[in-house]
Design a protein around this ligand. Structure first.
Ligand code: M6R
Length: 364
């Protein structure tokens, strides 16, 4: 039931602090700030390569996770969309973990890729929201997200819960491989446990986002920019806007702008910049200035420090809490979801059941 919400998508966006806390609760032990994964029947420390396969929003969760697996566990990660994966004849060596991410656990392309990897002798890990799904049944390592049923076609809470699980897995793997000390593990766990409160502070800006939606609704094209682990969030923001508001949107790595897309910039193309303050901030801001110098209209999503430094001359800003870089992708998911949601409401589209889309894509 939708309760007091207008749409399931809206309800599911607002459930995130609760369901992310629930998910974290099943993977982290608060008593000693450690990661506690379910029983694993294989040696995680022997994994020498990770292959991530997924579709849509789940694929973007995988893209974020690649940064974490490489940074924490120093394990090389390949990542593909499922529909491309099998047909490029991937090299799957012994000792590899293939990781499939899916809300439904039934997406045909992802399931076919899973079976392919299984046949090739890979260890199969799955991150799914439906614990009784086909993917869950075929896994060697089942890592459920505890987001609860997701009804809106646009995936929201499943995404942030996937990120929570993947961060825990990356940290656990790093510990097992001797790449992360006990102190570092505690620190990672502490930061992850801050996520639900930070998600709440992000949700506090719902009204601000609703009141700026009319700036985006008339656009024909919208660009999203981000760097590092926030680059997949730019892709996710663009996907959310496309699927529910039917506005053409693209996400780019900020640094790629000058390699082509900047040619699109004029005063009719809003550019949404995701830039938490931190090591990558200055670089993103300089890409943002390139956009502004060409008459582009920028919406900057950053924290207080970032907005103070670079918020001037933007057509709108959205303030996020100051967060540790590890949880920024979870927290910055909220404004991109809300922005897409409110723009779709302004346009009057069918938010929960957008045209041409199904919740679960069970054909290849
Ligand atoms: O159930 P899955 O996570 O495997 O679904 C994958 C995609 O179909 C899904 O994320 C889709 O892109 C969503 N509509 C995005 O909001």
């Amino acid at each position: 039931e939708k309760g007091n919400y207008r749409h399931f998508m809206q309800k599911e966006i607002f459930e995130q602090p609760t369901v992310v806390a629930q998910t974290l609760g099943s993977y982290l032990r608060q008593a000693d700030n450690s990661v506690a994964l379910p029983q694993i029947d294989f040696d995680l420390s022997a994994i020498n390569r990770i292959t991530i396969v997924a579709c849509g929003t789940s694929y973007y969760a995988g893209m974020v996770a690649k940064y974490w697996f490489e940074q924490f566990a120093r394990v090389p990660v390949d990542i593909d969309v499922a529909s491309e994966f099998r047909y490029r004849e991937p090299v799957l060596e012994d000792g590899g973990l293939s990781l499939f991410i899916s809300q439904s656990g039934e997406t045909a392309d992802t399931l076919a890729a899973l079976r392919h990897c299984k046949e090739a002798g890979q260890t199969i890990g799955v991150v799914v929201n439906v614990p009784t799904s086909s993917m869950a049944r075929e896994a060697d390592l089942l890592l459920p997200t505890h987001a609860g049923p997701e009804i809106g076609v646009a995936s929201t809470k499943a995404f942030t819960c996937q990120l929570a699980v993947l961060a825990a897995l990356a940290a656990h793997m790093a510990v097992k491989k001797g790449r992360m000390s006990r102190e570092e593990e505690q620190e990672v766990v502490r930061h992850l446990l801050e996520a639900p409160a930070c998600l709440n502070s992000a949700l506090d800006h719902d009204d601000d986002i609703a009141s700026m939606a009319h700036l985006i609704a008339p656009a024909r094209d919208v660009l999203y920019l981000g760097r590092g682990p926030d680059y997949p969030l730019a892709l996710e923001g663009a996907l959310k806007l496309k699927e529910i508001s039917y506005i053409h949107a693209e996400g780019y790595a900020s640094g790629e702008m000058k390699h082509g897309p900047i040619a699109l910039i004029d005063e009719d193309v809003p550019v949404i910049v995701l830039a938490p303050s931190g090591p990558l901030f200055e670089k993103t801001v300089s890409n943002m200035q390139e956009v502004r110098a060409r008459g582009g209209k920028v919406v900057l999503i950053s924290d207080e420090e970032g907005l103070e430094e670079a918020g001037e001359d933007c057509i709108a800003t959205i303030q996020m809490p100051k967060v540790h870089p590890l949880i920024a992708p979870l927290v910055y998911a909220v404004p991109v979801q809300l922005l897409a949601y409110h723009v779709a409401c302004v346009k009057g589209t069918d938010v929960d059941q957008p045209r041409n889309l199904a919740k679960s894509v069970t054909v290849e």
